[in-house]
Design a protein around this ligand. Structure first.
Ligand code: COA
Length: 162
């Protein structure tokens, strides 16, 4: 069984992430989507909420799991028996950061490969911050996120504006 992990912050999951996950399961037997606990970021949604939104958005796939992790991504890959780490490359601007991370991860664990996949070009300008910003300004985000995420964003910003 060729298993890979797809780590990220997913605050929240977007159709761009889901596009990468669909491409991943065409190539591998199983993908463990892993929500990173990144102390450098101040997420809008808790880890529990992000996991639950991912689970809801990915429920049609039976070769995908969703969990959270705290620590080194390569340790998590070893723990779950994965052979690689999937990362999405949207634009040249992603390259430098991803290149550094991939090389550092290879230095830390030579047996874990980083595999880059490109999402559909219609998602190349998309990231979670822009979705959070749009939703915070009451703009329609239905082209970018699944309905459950849309609802969660609406609820979160309704509560914030009270
Ligand atoms: N579609 C839409 N958006 C995408 C996307 C896609 N296909 N791919 C990436 N993005 C966006 C994300 O939404 C996120 O947006 P935001 O910053 O506006 O919220 C942004 O790109 C960053 O991507 P993300 O995948 O969340 O990466 P990250 O920079 O938060 O890093 C880890 C996450 C888990 C890979 C990294 O923190 C990590 O490895 N942590 C563990 C510690 C570790 O092992 N360190 C050593 C590594 S060198």
């Amino acid at each position: 069984m060729r298993k890979v992990i797809y780590p990220g912050t997913f605050d929240p999951v977007t159709y761009g992430h889901i596009d990468i996950i669909k491409r991943t399961i065409e190539l591998f037997d199983f993908v463990a989507v892993t929500v990173a606990i990144n102390p450098a970021k101040k997420p809008l949604f808790s880890v529990k909420e992000r996991v639950s939104l991912l689970k809801e958005s990915l429920k049609e796939f039976n070769n995908v799991s969703v969990e959270s992790f705290d620590g080194l991504v390569v340790d998590y890959a070893h723990k779950v028996g994965a052979i690689g780490i999937i990362r999405g490359l949207r634009a040249v601007s992603d390259f430098e950061y991803e290149f550094q991370m991939a090389l550092m991860n290879r230095k830390l664990a030579n047996d874990i490969a980083t595999i880059f996949l490109m999402p559909h070009e219609k998602y190349t300008y998309l990231d979670s911050s822009i979705v959070r910003n749009l939703a915070g300004l009451n703009s329609d985000v239905s082209d970018f996120v699944p309905p459950s995420v849309q609802m969660a964003l609406k609820k979160r910003f309704r509560r914030k504006s009270k």
